[in-house]
Design a protein around this ligand. Structure first.
Ligand SMILES: [Zn+2]
Length: 291
C-alpha cells in the first residue's frame, strides 16, 4: 500500500505571533506544540507520512505554506489555529474552502470537538489562502478561543493538548482511509528501540523547506515521500521497497514510513546533497533545477 502524505501547517510563527490571550500566551506557540504532538502520534502509524510546513518558530508566507504542500503532492493539508474575538467567544470550529474538503472538515471537526469538550461551532466555508491555494483537500482547524480566559488556559494545558492532538491524528487517519494502529510500545525488560540522531535537512527548492532525517551509523536516511516529491521525483512502493522514478532503492521502514539514503534519493532525482562540515547534523540538498 502506498503511503499517504499529510502536511500539517501550524499557523503564524516568527514575526507573526497570531492572536494572544488575556495572559499574553501566543497562538503561534500553541499551534506549533499541537502540530508537533500530532506529528509524534502519526509518525508511528504505518502507511501515513507526515510533514510540517514549519517545525520551529519561523515566519512563513501564506502562499509558501500552500506551495510546500503542493510541491510535495500531499494528499491532505491541515492548518492549525486558535481563534480570537471577544473574551466571551467560545468553541471549536473547522473551515474548508473547496468542495472536495467539506467531508474532511466534518470528520476532523467532529473528532476535535469530541476531544476538546468545547462548544461545537461547526463546519464552515472560509476563503483562507492556505486552504484555497493548496491543490489537495485542505481544512483549517480553530481549536478554541485564545481571547477567552478559560479557553486560553485550556489551550496551554498539556492534558487538553494531548487529548485533542490524539483526536486530530486519529481523524486524519479516518479521513485518509488509513488504519490507526500505533507501532507497539516497548515492553518492560525488552530493549528499547534505537532512536537515531536527527539530521536537519534543507531542500533548496522554491520555497526552501526544512525536513527531518536521521543518522544511522554515519549514513543519512530521509523519509522518501515528502522529500522525494519535493525534489521533483516520483515516489512509489513495490514489494516493501521505495521506488524513485521507477527505480527500487534500499529501504528502511521506520514507524511505518519508508526511509531511503540521502545519496540514493539525490542520485535518482538528479539533486545534489551537501553535508555541512562544521555541523555534521546538517545536510543541504539542491534540486536539479537549482544546480
Ligand atoms: Zn491564526
Amino acid at each position: 500500500m502506498a503511503e499517504k502524505l499529510v502536511v500539517l501547517d501550524p499557523g503564524h510563527g516568527g514575526k507573526d505571533p497570531g492572536a494572544s490571550g488575556p495572559t499574553k500566551k501566543r497562538e503561534k506557540d500553541f499551534v506549533l506544540t499541537m502540530a508537533l504532538k500530532v506529528e509524534d502520534i502519526l509518525k508511528n502509524v504505518p502507511n501515513i507520512t507526515v510533514s510540517l510546513t514549519r517545525r520551529t518558530d519561523v515566519y512563513l508566507e501564506l502562499s509558501d505554506r500552500a506551495k510546500v504542500a503542493n510541491r510535495m503532492k500531499a494528499d491532505f493539508f491541515v492548518s492549525i489555529h486558535a481563534n480570537s474575538f471577544l473574551s466571551t467567544s467560545h468553541g471549536s470550529e473547522t473551515f474548508y474552502k473547496k468542495d472536495n474538503s467539506k467531508s474532511a472538515a466534518q470528520v476532523l471537526n467532529k473528532a476535535m470537538v469530541g476531544a476538546s469538550g468545547l462548544y461545537d461551532r461547526g463546519v464552515k466555508y472560509g476563503n483562507f489562502a492556505v486552504i484555497r491555494e493548496t491543490t489537495m483537500p485542505s481544512v483549517l482547524l480553530e481549536v478554541g478561543f485564545i481571547s477567552n480566559p478559560e479557553e486560553e488556559k485550556l489551550l496551554f494545558d498539556t492534558a487538553f493538548q494531548d487529548r485533542v492532538a490524539l483526536a486530530i491524528a486519529k481523524s486524519i487517519c479516518d479521513y485518509m482511509g488509513v488504519k490507526f494502529v500505533v507501532q507497539p510500545a516497548p515492553t518492560p525488560g525488552k530493549p528499547v528501540p534505537v532512536s537515531y540522531p536527527i539530521m536537519e535537512v534543507t531542500v533548496h527548492a522554491e520555497p526552501a523547506q526544512k525536513f527531518e532525517g536521521i543518522n544511522v551509523s554515519g549514513t543519512t536516511w530521509l523519509p522518501s515521500r515528502p522529500i522525494g516529491e519535493y525534489l521533483g521525483g516520483k515516489i512509489g512502493y513495490k514489494k516493501g521497497q521505495v521506488t524513485i522514478n521507477g527505480t527500487a532503492v534500499e529501504t528502511m521502514n521506520i514507524g511505518g514510513t519508508g526511509y531511503v539514503t540521502a545519496r540514493a534519493l539525490a542520485e535518482n532525482v538528479g539533486a545534489r546533497p551537501f553535508w555541512d562540515k562544521e555541523n555534521p547534523t546538517k545536510v543541504d540538498i539542491y534540486p536539479k533545477e537549482a544546480v
